[in-house]
Write a protein that binds this ligand. Structure first.
Ligand code: ZN
Length: 158
């Protein structure tokens, strides 16, 4: 949703994950320390995802990779298949959304992958994502402020 290319895999062996990351030059994000260490030893770019909550984990990743924690629908990708989304008219969305949703919402987006074509709107799931991102931004701001004040309070060395 943030516009970064990502693949979520939870049904593959460690060996397959390492092979995919290496072959496609992807950063392997994992909370599995053993997998993290193996990837690092093999020279695969990897990050150990740490944090007690989803916003904490997101804030940590955003800090490390300088990620924007804002949904910009002009660059959002389909969470299911990774293809770009495009805004569609209410009329176009009509057949793909439940009648109650059609009545309530005015803006819709569709996946541009013809094989997927999933339609999205800013419903409760979207709002929950926005809330998680908002909490992650607060944690990230607090981390940045505390590291900035630490830097200022340290004496300069010559
Ligand atoms: Zn899709």
């Amino acid at each position: 949703m943030l516009g970064y290319e990502a693949a979520y895999v939870n049904d593959s062996s460690d060996k397959d994950l390492l092979s995919i990351a290496k072959h496609d030059s992807l950063i392997l994000l994992t909370s599995d320390e053993e997998l993290y260490r193996t990837a690092a030893m093999k020279g695969i770019e990897t990050s150990l995802v740490q944090g007690r909550t989803e916003p904490e984990r997101l804030a940590n990743l955003a800090e490390r990779y300088n990620l924007r924690l804002e949904i910009d629908t002009t660059i959002s990708r389909c969470p299911l298949c990774g293809f770009p989304l495009r805004e569609i008219s209410k009329g176009e969305a009509g057949a793909s959304v439940p009648p109650a949703t059609f009545k309530v919402y005015q803006s819709f987006w569709a996946c541009t992958n013809p094989k997927c074509a999933k339609v999205y709107w800013q419903g409760s799931h979207w709002k929950k994502i926005e809330e998680t991102l908002g909490n992650a931004r607060k944690i990230l701001d607090a981390k940045r402020n505390s590291s900035a004040s630490t830097e200022q309070s340290q004496p300069r060395r010559r």
